[in-house]
Design a protein around this ligand. Structure first.
Ligand code: G
Ligand code: G
Ligand code: MN
Ligand code: NA
Length: 256
């Protein structure tokens, strides 16, 4: 309850900010997009990672106003990058959404309004959702995804392979991108079973015409294995950790 009170105050005092982690095109080794990841700069406790407050924000419902702030910040940055950097023209922006946010009836209209306020078109905007969404309220989830897709927004399944992982959802909900969880990527070199699971997932995605991204790539051996399997996209500390906005701007200015 104490943290919840701090969280509420923190939202009002704008203590939250967004970092961005590069998403890479593995075929060309070029920047494909960035994933927005929220952080809390607490006046006494310092930087608090999302794992420590997102669950509380979800339980308390504060994820709704916080989520709106995250969109506003990321949309403002993204709009500025599109204006200022030719290299950002086709860049994709990925934003994580909690189940609670996805189940708001006005989500699509809300996002549309925030994009309009930021002077941003909804092309190249990608929302990351988790499979648990489909257990919670299937009907609402389907309706929301349809509305978002009508606006031109892309949908990713985050942490794929760890949870419910029903393959039929991928097609049924016209998912655009599957993010294969770090846990499966971790052991891709040491463990033949893991390797085969990832290889099969990539094959399946290709057959279903889904983009696939490997999460948590930390070394060149993993990268080369994934490239050998024709994994189209990747993310991980090997390329870059989540970075402050100004570092991303340096990259866009031509140093990467
Ligand atoms: O950045 P980090 O690895 O600490 O993020 C941990 C988790 O917190 C992510 O996997 C993601 O699920 C969640 N998270 C990070 N940023 C956001 C955000 O902006 N919105 C929501 N809903 N979740 C986020
Ligand atoms: O669940 P989600 O995919 O949204 O989480 C993304 C988070 O995963 C990022 O915030 C980042 O902190 C973390 N992450 C990204 N790449 C790596 C990696 O290579 N290794 C580890 N340990 N964590 C990573
Ligand atoms: Mn994510
Ligand atoms: Na993940």
């Amino acid at each position: 309850l104490v943290l919840e009170t701090h969280l509420q105050a923190g939202i009002q005092k704008d203590e939250f900010f967004v970092q961005y982690q590069p998403l890479m095109d593995l075929a060309t080794n070029r920047l494909y997009g960035v994933e927005a990841l929220v952080r809390w700069r607490h006046p006494e406790l310092g930087i608090i990672p999302p794992n420590s407050f997102i669950p509380i924000a979800e339980e308390s419902g504060l994820i709704i106003p916080l989520g709106r702030k995250i969109f506003e910040m990321a949309f403002a940055d993204f709009a500025a990058w599109k204006t200022n950097f030719a290299s950002a023209r086709d860049l994709c922006l990925s934003i994580n959404l909690s189940v609670k946010q996805m189940l708001q009836s006005n989500l699509a209209a809300d996002i549309q309004a925030m994009a309009r306020d930021a002077g941003l078109s909804l092309e190249n905007i990608n929302l990351e959702i988790t499979e648990s969404l489909f257990i919670d309220d299937m009907e609402r989830a389907v309706k929301t995804i349809r509305e978002l897709k009508t606006l031109g927004i892309c949908i990713s399944i985050d942490d794929f392979g760890t949870g419910y992982s029903s393959l039929k959802y991928l097609n049924q909900f016209s998912i655009d991108l599957v993010k294969i969880d770090k846990i499966l990527i971790d052991n891709i070199n040491g463990n033949l079973t893991n390797y085969n699971i990832v290889a099969s997932m990539l094959e399946l995605c290709a057959k279903l015409n889904l983009k696939a991204m490997a999460e948590g790539i930390e070394d060149i051996d993993q990268l080369e294995k994934l490239q050998g399997m024709n994994c189209p996209f990747g993310q991980g500390y090997y390329f870059a950790p989540p970075r402050d906005r100004n570092i991303i701007e340096e990259m866009l200015a031509g140093n990467m």
